[in-house]
Design a protein around this ligand. Structure first.
Ligand code: NAP
Length: 248
């Protein structure tokens, strides 16, 4: 399978880390499918414009990754139209931060559904076709917080730790079929997700990062791209931290 005929699906590819991943894949000119959720489509349109400027055939779809039915229908359509999905990057994610004592059931459930159940929904929807084609790459975006915890993020940390357990299990189940499943745990990355953090919190984070700076979405994208390259074919079930040393 040449790189140019790969079908690459990126959830949450409209902005931030997901957009950087899409642009990184653009070098090989695969078919790129972006999944996003915001009814204001300006972000996804901007990503698609950039991809088209790079000569990439790309499409955007509004799908709620937390909905099993929506995700199943979406991948069914993609697979019947394009015949394959070679790369799945489960990147969509949200935060609903508040201290554990005050966390509502809705804040817990929503974050777990969007961040963790989505990985179940999307991966299960493509894994059968990857098994049939005896190849595939799944990269799941977790977080350093899934391993070290963070005050105010019990829901988020649980969802990101869950991604690690899910990924290692699926990695073991499909390793014999030429499919790799890996996790990236970014640290503190400059995107909309971190833009509104109070300066005090940002400073506290920065003090804990040996490299002394926030990461860029491109730092994460590079690792995603590499994990999907031929050279990374013998790597599966791993959690790779892209965090400037925040976790070591
Ligand atoms: P971001 O800029 O806020 O982007 C989040 C993406 O997820 C958007 O494309 C958004 O699409 C999509 N999304 C949200 N809910 C969705 C849903 N229900 N269905 C489909 N798509 C949905 O965030 P980011 O910082 O790039 O984060 C990307 C991933 O990296 C997340 O999983 C996040 O937890 C993880 N991460 C980020 C950091 C960081 O410091 N930024 C650190 C560690 C891990 P719409 O805008 O269209 O809704």
């Amino acid at each position: 399978m040449s790189d140019a005929s790969r079908v690459v699906v990126i959830t949450g590819g409209s902005k931030g880390i997901g957009r950087a991943v899409a642009l990184r894949f653009a070098v090989e000119k695969p078919r790129i499918i972006i999944v996003h959720f915001d009814p204001d489509e300006s972000a996804v349109r901007e990503t698609l414009r950039s991809l088209s400027g790079l000569g990439v055939e790309a499409e955007g779809h509004k799908v709620d990754v937390s909905s099993h039915a929506e995700v199943e229908a979406f991948f069914k359509e993609v697979l019947s139209r394009l015949g394959r999905v070679d790369v799945l990057v489960n990147n969509a994610g949200i935060v609903k931060d508040t201290f554990f004592m005050r966390m509502s059931e809705e804040e817990w459930d929503t974050v777990l559904r969007v961040n963790l159940k989505s990985v179940f929904n999307c991966t299960q929807s493509v894994i059968r076709s990857m098994i049939k084609q005896r190849s595939g790459r799944v990269v799941n975006i977790s977080s350093v917080v899934g391993q070290i915890g963070n005050p105010g993020q019990a829901n988020y940390a649980a969802s990101k730790a869950g991604i690690m357990g899910l990924s290692k299990t699926v990695a073991k189940e499909v390793a014999g079929r030429g499919i790799t499943v890996n996790v990236i745990a970014p640290g503190f990355i400059k995107t909309d997700m971190t833009a509104n953090l109070p300066e005090k919190v940002k400073e506290l984070f920065l003090q804990q990062i040996p490299m002394g700076r926030m990461g860029n979405p491109e730092d994460v994208a590079e690792t995603v791209y590499w994990l999907c390259s031929e050279g990374a074919g013998y790597i599966t079930g791993q959690v790779i931290h892209v965090s400037g040393g925040l976790y070591m």
